[in-house]
Write a protein that binds this ligand. Structure first.
Ligand code: NOJ
Length: 821
């Protein structure tokens, strides 16, 4: 057992006092073991009585906070309430304008890979593709280009990026919107994306906070007799919570993210948007978050409780959802159940990022095309025209794409993961006879939108360039693989591109469609597979859609040079991976609008792929059963309102941590990916302590909390260097990865610690023969465990094992060091 109730009496009071949320707890009530989520007692979340709401003081945004305070002092109660309660309008979320104060309102738009509802805007690679790039610069660049498009269309807030789901189960329907089940990889790319977005003058909204790891029963349902059945509860112990699921969000707060979206699910029994421990305690007190918590659409389940537990803005706030804010909030302030101080705090939190990003200065008006586009899913103009004075630009449909298509093409190509390349099958050697198979190879057949739960991606035919739901985009154009292949092969003498895009036709017994092709003498057979995923439902299989596995087997049974390309929302099992005729495999994920060009650049060798797997590809689907999606026929029929429980019993052991801990073989491991060149790494690591005074304390020195928590968590304590060399014939990029095994935590209890966890990575571009020394900086948090008793990060005593390699199972250089002897 990790923490018995009476052990809390023994908590080191000095440590507790250095932690504001614990401080609030100590001052306001006697300690109970419900204050922390402990391994044995996480089925309860402390309430707002136990962890009252902290007011923001603008730390880090002092000037903007002053402006926000002045602004708030001008508002009437009615205006104040309106500024935290969404209304109908031209955007997905709308905060009404207040013309008398020259405030034009807030236009809030989806989503994480571009404007979900944008004309003449770009569809960027999805989060999973950025994760596969392992490239912080690519993450930043995508963020800043998306911001440029959002701003030019008049959108103040971009609903993204996503770090929840983290990707506990590979079946999670929205994993593709986020990055990787590894919190470190996600943390770095999440943060870079936020910085890119906000440096471009647009507020990011880090979502979904927290534990939103499945789509099934994400919202409450009603059974036949009308009983309300609650959303699934993600039950996560305190240590796993900090070391995995909160990890990227803590960094996001440090990066100054403007808003955080609270999630649909319950967390340790309490809804995400009224979870005082998560919102007041962790996010606002421990992490020092100064911005605002916006509800997911319809995730608010109370008024007073939600507000006092930390929710600052209700979305969408329109009458088609239960209305807990608006007049109800006015009443609550009037009768004192929500204090006027709290309401003012909500307002200052909303306005501080607005002023900090200078959105009060010359922010472009809303593109009038939004009215039309938004009416498909949210508000129609007659619901707001004449009521709210939105500012629209003169011309609809302004083209905001700039030259973003070029970086989309390049980054998606580079992010492609080369999983197999037998006898140098790739890059192709200028083949004249090319056969193309599979329903992912062709163009869209059902329009350009992946709006909501259906759309181009989910149809039988057409390239899977993105996933579905609010994390999709409206394509202004899309390049299919087949189009790009035809162009690349050209229409010259002897050139032959033949294709069958109908999987059913391919799989017909004795298929006449295949027989009619010349290419049984073809130079290469390119098979394109796809796997769809979308918001609102979880994947039901990790096999490729539309019988993709059978298609590969069938083509490979006769074609000796079968190259398989997967456009997929994430993990796919590949039972054919070791087939001798499958000569190459490329995981191209969800590349966005330039899908065809990007993959042709890789196939023909114009771009040397440098993607690495951001997750593990196991041998079998059931190998992932340790972290299942909660679902069953009993649950679907239940009468018990709280029946939906998802116990994260595996703790920290998700993805590669699980496979390594149990020493299981996998098809392709986390961090793996080949290149058209080869790399080597020096065996020796240089490990340098940076501490100036020689001694490092296990706990961070007590200090005022800044955004991101105790500032010393981010002090670089050690640097590790390794040298990488390109030993091949062509230029390429290596991704050296640093993995650490920390000594066990003295308060470990039954918690199973993972070994060889990612704590550094860099993308290194090298010419043939070139070499580079890479430096990994390790900060205090990187070297710490989360201590549930002391509620603090702590560096364990003993030897740290460091390994640097080219994947989680290809470790080339090793060393050890001791931080705390
Ligand atoms: C629900 C989704 O969970 C969220 O991510 C999105 O931003 C909102 N809907 C608005 O579409």
């Amino acid at each position: 057992m990790l923490l018995a109730p009476n052990l809390l009496d023994q908590v080191n009071s000095e440590m507790v006092l250095s932690k504001p949320s614990a401080l609030v707890a100590l001052v306001s009530l006697s300690i109970t073991n419900s204050l922390a989520w402990n391994h044995d007692d996480y089925l309860h979340s402390p309430t707002a009585d136990e962890i009252p709401h902290p007011s923001a003081d603008g730390r880090g945004w002092e000037e903007a906070f002053g402006l926000a305070s002045d602004f708030v002092s001008e508002l009437t109660l009615g205006e104040k309430v309106l500024m935290v309660s969404g209304v109908h309008g031209p955007c997905v979320g709308n905060i009404a304008p207040i013309p008398r104060l020259n405030f034009t309102g807030l236009c809030i738009q989806n989503g994480p890979l571009g404007l979900e509802q944008g004309s003449y805007s770009s569809v960027f690679p999805a989060g999973v593709s950025i994760a596969a790039s392992w490239d912080k610069d690519v993450a930043y660049e995508r963020g800043s280009q998306m911001a440029a498009e959002f701003k030019a269309k008049g959108a103040h807030v971009l609903l993204g990026p996503v770090a929840g789901p983290l990707g506990r189960s590979p079946l999670g329907g929205r994993n593709f919107e986020g990055f990787s089940p590894d919190p470190y990889l996600t943390g770095e790319l999440f943060t870079q994306t936020i910085e890119g977005i906000q440096d471009g003058g647009v507020q990011a909204c880090a979502k979904h906070f927290i534990g939103n790891e499945q789509e099934t029963q994400r919202q409450p349902s009603e059974n036949e007799d009308g009983t309300k059945i609650d959303s699934v509860s993600s039950n996560i112990d305190d240590r796993t919570m900090h070391e995995l699921y909160l990890w990227p969000f803590q960094q996001a707060v440090r990066a100054g993210v403007g808003s955080v979206m609270c999630s649909y699910n319950r967390l340790n029994q309490t809804y995400g948007c009224q979870n005082s421990k998560a919102l007041n305690g962790i996010l606002k007190i421990d992490f020092g978050f100064q911005g605002y918590v916006m509800s997911d659409w319809g995730a608010t389940h109370s008024g007073v409780t939600a507000v006092n537990s930390g929710e600052d803005m209700d979305m969408p706030g329109t009458p088609d959802y239960p209305l807990f804010f608006h007049q109800n909030l006015t009443n609550a302030v009037n009768n004192g159940s929500v204090s006027s101080d709290r309401l003012d705090d909500m307002l200052r939190r909303v306005m501080a990022p607005y002023f900090h990003l200078k959105q009060d200065q010359d922010f472009p008006p809303i593109d009038p095309s939004m009215k039309e586009l938004n009416s498909v899913l949210f508000s129609t103009p007659d619901e707001y025209e004449g009521q709210f004075n939105y500012t629209f630009g003169a011309e609809p449909n302004i083209d905001v794409r700039g030259n973003h298509g070029a970086s989309i093409r390049r980054s998606a190509a580079e992010a492609t993961v080369l999983l197999k390349n037998k006898h140098g099958a790739l890059p192709l050697k200028d083949p004249k006879r090319v056969a193309v198979f599979g329903n992912d190879a062709g163009d869209f057949t059902n329009g350009m939108s992946v709006w909501w739960f259906n759309g181009v991606g989910n149809y039988e035919y057409g390239v899977m360039a993105t996933g579905g739901g609010s994390g999709s985009g409206l394509f202004s154009y899309a390049v299919s693989p087949l189009d790009a292949i035809k162009l690349r092969v050209g229409y010259t003498k002897d050139a032959l591109v033949q294709y069958v895009l109908n999987n059913t036709a391919i799989l017909e017994e004795d298929s006449p469609y295949l027989k009619a092709l010349v290419p049984w003498s073809s130079d290469v057979c390119l098979v394109f597979l796809k796997s769809w995923a979308t918001e609102s439902e979880d994947r039901t299989t990790l096999a490729s859609d539309w019988n993709g596995d059978e298609v590969v087997e069938k083509i490979a049974s006769t074609c000796a040079n079968t190259v398989v390309v997967l456009h997929s929302a994430g993990v796919n099992t590949m039972p054919w991976a070791d087939h001798p005729n499958v000569t190459a495999i490329l995981a191209a994920h969800l590349p966005g609008q330039e899908a065809g060009n990007s993959i042709v650049d890789v196939l023909w060798g114009d771009v040397n792929p440098s993607g690495r797997l951001p997750y593990t590809i196991a041998k079998n689907e059931w190998d992932y059963d340790f972290a299942p999606i909660t679902n069953s026929t009993e649950l679907l029929k239940t009468n018990d309102p709280t029946a939906w429980q998802s116990d994260f019993k595996e703790g920290a052991l998700i993805d590669y941590r699980h496979f390594n801990h149990y020493n299981k073989s996998v098809q392709y491991e986390f961090g793996y990916g080949l290149s058209y060149t080869t790399f080597n790494m020096s065996r020796k690591l240089t490990i340098t302590p940076l501490s100036t005074n020689g001694t490092i304390s296990p706990f961070p020195p007590s200090a005022p909390i800044a955004p991101g928590g105790n500032p010393s968590l981010w002090d670089t304590l050690y640097e590790i260097q390794a040298t990488v060399q390109n030993t091949g014939e062509v230029a390429g990029a290596a991704v050296p990865q640093l993995y650490l095994t920390l000594p066990p935590h003295e308060n470990q209890g039954e918690y199973v610690e993972a070994t060889n966890i990612l704590r550094g990575f860099e993308k290194v571009r090298l010419d043939p023969g070139g070499s580079k020394t890479v430096t990994f900086a390790l900060n205090r948090r990187d070297l710490s465990h989360w201590d549930v008793i002391n509620q603090e990060w702590t560096i364990p005593q003993g030897e740290v094992k460091a390994s640097v390699g080219f994947s989680s199972r290809d470790l080339r250089a090793r060393g050890t060091f001791t931080v705390i002897p």
